[in-house]
Design a protein around this ligand. Structure first.
Ligand SMILES: Cc1cc2nc3c(=O)[nH]c(=O)nc-3n(C[C@H](O)[C@H](O)[C@H](O)COP(=O)(O)OP(=O)(O)OC[C@H]3O[C@@H](n4cnc5c(N)ncnc54)[C@H](O)[C@@H]3O)c2cc1C
Length: 273
């Protein structure tokens, strides 16, 4: 089968999450099966323009729905934003190595995200809630530049109400009504109650934030191999052929996007990588 051939996916719902971020619920129009691992991504194809890599937020197998949350950045995401319910795009995937959900079984999990980094982290949270008996305590730390950037507030409130989940929020710049921390997401680490040898850290967001968060979790006692990061690179083929997403000796599309910290530690935030 040609790995570059997209399947057709119809937009069945479109939600405007904020000024520049929207969510698409997509239904594949063929009958072929589809399943994904938390942390994997799809290539979404805007007809006549090209493709973008977008993390899979979730799926509803009963309704054959796939969810993607997208921030408008350039040509293709702007084009995707202009589409409406009933229109079709192309979709190929899922691709990549996802989060270490099997290795994390029996552990507490700390999820640290920045900005739209929350999109790939939602699949972790859904997985843990669906397989409750397999995991310990879940801490969700989300940082945003401005409180207006925080999407899914109702969802965070619902997670925070669960007895085995802590949700800690931070904003660099906050509205007067903001109840969370004002400042960097890493400042929230002082509120964590960690059992370091029983905890896995999962980080996604801007690279500088992930570097600081990995250092911070390590300082709290987590071993480097218990910390995982989801990397982003400009991507084209998504199947390890073209080299666009190369990062040192790794291809983010094939070897990642999720990496154990020791595999990318030296390259994090280094200009040119
Ligand atoms: C594994 C993976 C998962 C992703 N998940 C999501 C997601 O869930 N939601 C979401 O909104 N976005 C996600 N992205 C980012 C998304 O792929 C890019 O924003 C998109 O490709 C931009 O395409 P564009 O044509 O709109 O912008 P372009 O016109 O192609 O780009 C605008 C500018 O951004 C730069 N750029 C584009 N893509 C990237 C990138 N990946 N890394 C660094 N710089 C880039 C370009 O070089 C250019 O300067 C993900 C990327 C990867 C690799």
């Amino acid at each position: 089968m040609n790995p570059y051939l997209p399947r057709e996916a119809e937009i069945v719902e479109r939600i405007q999450e904020s000024d520049n971020t929207f969510t698409l619920h997509l239904r594949l129009t063929d009958d072929r099966p589809y399943s994904f691992e938390p942390g994997q991504f799809n290539m979404l194809y805007l007809h006549g323009s090209g493709e973008v890599a977008i993390s899979i937020v979730g799926e509803d197998p009963a309704q054959r729905l796939l969810t993607h949350t997208i921030r408008v950045l350039g040509r293709i995401t702007r084009g995707l934003a202009a589409l409406d319910v009933g229109q079709c795009i192309g979709l190929r995937g899922p691709y990549g190595r996802g989060w270490p959900m099997r290795e994390a079984e029996g552990h507490d999990v700390v999820v640290v995200t920045g900005g739209l980094g929350c999109a790939p982290s939602v699949s972790i949270i859904h997985h843990i809630l669906e397989h409750r008996d397999h995991y310990g305590h879940l801490s969700i730390l989300q940082g945003v530049k401005h409180t207006d950037d925080l999407i899914w507030q109702a969802q965070y409130d619902a997670w925070a109400a669960l007895p085995y989940v802590d949700v800690l929020l931070a904003a660099d710049v906050a509205d007067p009504q903001w109840h969370g921390h004002v400042g960097l997401v890493t400042a929230l680490f002082s509120q964590l109650r960690l059992v370091p040898d029983k905890t896995i850290g999962m980080l996604c967001g801007p690279e500088l934030m992930m570097r600081a968060a990995a250092d911070g979790l390590h300082a709290l006692g987590l071993p480097p191999q218990a910390i995982y990061l989801s990397m982003e690179r400009n991507m084209h083929c998504a199947v390890g052929h073209c080299g666009h997403c190369q990062m040192g000796a790794k291809y983010v599309c094939r070897d990642g996007p999720v990496f154990p910290w020791p595999e990318v530690r030296e390259l994090l935030g280094v200009r040119g990588y």
